[in-house]
Ligand binder design. Structure first.
Ligand SMILES: N[C@@H](CCC(=O)N[C@@H](CS)C(=O)NCC(=O)O)C(=O)O
Length: 234
């Protein structure tokens, strides 16, 4: 079957998996999952019991959740393009390490900030969380700037799936005005280069519900109901 990526809107971390699929160029479909309404529904929990996006229905009809697992799964077909590396190689370990940092420290640095936007809170508590989140986001930006070094990509002179995942998280600064990316010149330049990438433009258009032309792999959207009906052992 043609894989289906269940991606969350608005502005989910699934963005990186959409970019990765575009870069890989193999056939795939998308299923749009509204957050928090649909992602928390009983229907979607049949795909991912945790009630989170992304999830990937694979070619051989398995469901994988968690960005790190999805990107490593996709990476197996991206080694020839240099987007990922064979497990057991130094390249794999470097990519996995970068993905893990992005998926834990970088992703989670925004969590307190999202919480303040999504919950009614007393002003003092809100300010405390915002201060904590701002410090974490700044720290993670500082660490990533060091990791990037001369770049131009996160792993050096080769674009990898870490860059795809990075851009989906890095754009969250537009919702939380806590760092000025210009003060991290390497990251700013990486961000701008990625924003200019056709796959990233495609992923933005998809998220905004606009007509989007990808590199050729995208075969259209399927509803959650249709996707569920295609999975034989659910
Ligand atoms: N550890 C998971 C985190 C996934 C996650 O938190 N997804 C968010 C969107 S970025 C989500 O689906 N949230 C559910 C909600 O908003 O109710 C991963 O890396 O895939």
């Amino acid at each position: 079957m043609t894989p289906i990526l269940f991606y969350g809107v608005p502005s989910g971390c699934s963005f990186g998996s959409i970019v990765a699929l575009e870069w890989l160029g193999k056939p795939y479909r998308l299923s749009r999952i509204d957050m928090p309404e649909v992602v928390q529904s009983d229907a979607y929990r049949r795909i991912n019991p945790v009630g989170e996006t992304p999830s990937l229905l694979t070619e051989d009809e398995r469901i994988i959740s968690e960005s790190l697992a999805i990107l490593n799964h996709l990476g197996t077909s991206g080694t020839e393009k240099g987007l990922a590396f064979k497990q057991g190689t130094a390249g794999f370990d470097r990519l996995n390490q970068a993905l893990a940092y992005l998926n834990t420290s970088f992703f989670n640095s925004f969590s307190p900030l999202w919480y303040t936007l999504e919950h009614d809170m007393k002003p003092d508590a809100k300010q405390a969380l915002r201060t904590y989140g701002a410090a974490n986001v700044a720290k993670a930006h500082g660490e990533l700037e060091k990791m990037l070094g001369k770049g131009p990509w996160l792993l050096g002179n080769q674009r990898t799936l870490a860059d795809a995942y990075f851009i989906g998280i890095a754009r969250w600064t537009k919702y939380h005005d806590v760092v000025d990316r210009q003060t991290y010149p390497g990251l700013q330049s990486l961000f701008e280069r990625l924003e200019d990438d056709p796959a990233v433009k495609f992923a933005h258009a998809i998220e905004h519900g606009e007509e989007a032309r990808g590199a050729g792999g995208f075969l259209g959207h399927v509803s959650l109901e249709r996707a569920l009906s295609e999975i034989s052992d659910l």
